[in-house]
Ligand binder design. Structure first.
Ligand code: SF4
Ligand code: SF4
Length: 192
């Protein structure tokens, strides 16, 4: 881990200013908090207590609003609004009373996988942007430039925290976190 939670606090403060109340796409698989069981087991186990949501020091987790009663009230992460900062205490996992979240080491967290959409990336038009790389809590363990100067995500290092997506300046964002079940082939912007 290359940054302490203290180092990430300015980032957390920035997140607080960026949170719109966007509607939830009920059809898309949500990104779950760190340490979550696979989706089917997660929705069957989560008690909707909200303890993980309350425990997060940067308010990265929100209760999902959904017409699907299996998902309504369950916690999710929306990186374009606020990202997980991989806090030092890993509070959400410790706060879960049901077993829907279990404590896993920080480097083993796999919320999802960041995928680069190169056609939208500012680097594709020669701009020297590297926001996603410089903001990543794991730095080169998870994301770097490849030999061609393109952003490359390491699938074996990316935790899916979403900091890259939050800070990408393009619209639509040129890097997004997908649930692991939706990960594309490696040549779509991630490397094994
Ligand atoms: S690991 Fe920490 S920062 Fe990330 S969602 Fe859980 S409580 Fe929030
Ligand atoms: S932050 Fe977005 S635009 Fe900038 S290098 Fe990363 S993916 Fe490209």
């Amino acid at each position: 881990m290359s940054r302490s939670v203290r180092d990430r606090l300015p980032l957390a403060a920035g997140l607080l200013l960026r949170r719109p109340s966007a509607p939830t796409n009920a059809a898309a698989p949500p990104l779950r908090p760190p340490g979550a069981l696979p989706e089917a087991e997660f929705v069957a186990t989560c008690e909707r207590s909200g303890h993980c949501v309350a425990a997060c020091p940067v308010q990265a987790l929100v209760a999902l609003r959904s017409a699907d009663p299996r998902r309504d009230g369950t916690p999710q992460l929306i990186p374009s609004q606020r990202a997980c900062v991989l806090c030092d205490d890993l509070s959400c996992m410790k706060a879960c009373p049901s077993g829907a979240l279990s404590l896993v080491p920080r480097a083993a967290i796999r919320i999802g996988l960041a995928v680069v959409h190169h056609d939208d990336c500012r680097r594709s038009v020669g701009e020297p942007c590297r926001e996603c790389i410089d903001r990543c809590p794991l730095q080169a363990e998870a994301i770097s430039l490849d030999a061609q100067g393109r952003v490359a995500v390491r699938a074996d290092g990316c935790t899916g925290c979403g900091v890259c997506e939050l800070y990408c300046p393009t619209a639509p964002r040129a890097i997004t976190v997908l649930p692991l079940a939706q990960r594309p082939a490696p040549d779509h912007g991630s490397s094994p």
